[in-house]
Structures are given as C-alpha cells and as structure tokens.
Design a protein around this ligand. Structure first.
Ligand code: CA
Length: 235
C-alpha cells in the first residue's frame, strides 16, 4: 500500500508536532513546514496527498497559500483556523479549500476527515473509470483525468470538490438534483457539510465559469427543487 503523505503547514510547534505524531500513529507520513515561504518551496519539490493549512502564518495569510497551491494542484486542502468567525469566508470566497476545522479541534476527527477525502478520491476514480472522462460543452472542457476545467482552452483552477460537483452536474446535464442528492453524490457517505455547502459551491462555480454569475446560463437554479447543468444551445 502506498504511503499517504500529508503536508502540515503550521507555525505553532506544539500543534504541528501533535498532529504529526497522531498522523504517524495512524500510518500517515507527514512533513511540517512553518511558513508560507517554506510551504511553497516544499511543494515545488514534492506532491502530498493531503494538506493541512493553518490560516495565520508568520509571513503571510494561509488563504494566500491556498490560492497559490490551487494554481497548480487539486490536492485536498483542509484549513485549520483559530478564527471561527472566518470559516464562512474561507469556504465561501472561492480560495479553493475543501474543508476546514476550527481550533481547538479533535485529532480523531481530523484523521476521520482526511480519510473521508482520500476515500472519496479513490471512490471517485473507481466510480468513473472506464466512463466518460472528458466532457465538451460549448467553449468548455471538463477533464476528469486531469481534474481540469478549461474555458476557451484556458485552465481555470477549481478545488477537488468544485471539480467533482461540476463534473457530476455536467455529466448528468439537464437533469435536476436536490441539494441533498448533490451532497450524497459528491461528498458521499461521510458528509459533514450541510446543504448550505452546495449553495456556496454553486455560487463559487458560477463565479468561475459563467460570463455573468448573477444570471447563469449553465448552472441554473430550479426553484424549490435544486440545480441543474443546462445546455441551452444543444437542447
Ligand atoms: Ca498560526
């Protein structure tokens, strides 16, 4: 079995070490970096399977790091924040994080969440192997092999979950799904999000893929039911 590598970006030594120890007990390999600069440097050399990112780092804001990571990678990112009031901001503004936890947090829950993301990725790959993996709609390409979304041949970075939600809707285009169906389909049985998560992700995807996000052509709300990926030019 392949070793799972976790990158811990955290400047508080106690917290970083506790996480590292706990991960090691749970058979994860992990590496600690303490600044944003070190994190970016590390990521130029290595590709972790999962990233735990503290929001307040000595040399920069974790959100900046999150954005930078997303420019090149779809690795799952869990934000650790001491500032509970910022969780909405973190999740809502499209910085590309997949999950967050507020300090103080439970180590066993942290591991459960890492496992959930990793299982989800596996399941996602298995579930879709041998099936359609590149979808072309108008000027867009949604490429599951590379987890890439392109518009006019230009890549637009999406987080893993944003991509999965988009791919699911595009694959089943013109079909309406409720928020809870989308949560099941994309977040799966280990769901800890609520239905607001879907609202947030849809808003984020619209900002990234729609010409006019407030009047979406593709990601349409079906009032009282949910959402669908509409293809007005090909119906
Ligand atoms: Ca910190």
């Amino acid at each position: 079995m392949k070793n799972i590598k976790v990158l811990i970006i955290e400047d508080e030594n106690d917290i970083a070490n506790i996480i590292k120890d706990y991960l090691s007990v749970n058979q994860f390999e992990s590496h600690i970096v303490r600044t944003g600069h070190e994190a970016i440097h590390y990521l130029q050399e290595s590709i972790p399977d999962f990233i735990i990112l503290d929001l307040s780092l000595p040399d920069c804001d974790g959100i900046e790091i999150c954005r930078k990571i997303r420019e090149n990678s779809n690795v799952a990112i869990l934000i650790l924040s001491a500032r509970g009031s910022e969780t909405d901001k973190v999740l809502g503004l499209g910085f590309g994080a997949d999950d967050y936890m507020t300090k103080p947090f439970s180590l066993s829950e942290l591991v459960a969440r890492i496992n959930a993301h990793l299982r989800k990725q596996d399941r996602w790959l298995q579930h879709n192997s041998g099936q359609v993996d590149i979808i072309h709609i108008d000027n867009m390409e949604i490429n599951k092999q590379e987890y890439a979304f392109l518009r006019d041949n230009k890549a637009i970075p999406l987080s893993a979950k944003e991509f999965e939600l988009l791919f699911f809707l595009a694959k089943n285009r013109n079909q309406v799904f409720s928020k809870s169906q989308l949560l099941d389909a994309v977040w799966g049985y280990d769901t800890y999000g609520d239905e607001n998560t879907i609202t947030v992700y849809i808003r984020r995807l619209r900002e990234k893929m729609e010409v006019n996000p407030s009047s979406p052509v593709y990601l349409q709300t079906v009032w009282g039911v949910g959402y669908k990926f509409s293809t007005p030019n090909h119906s």
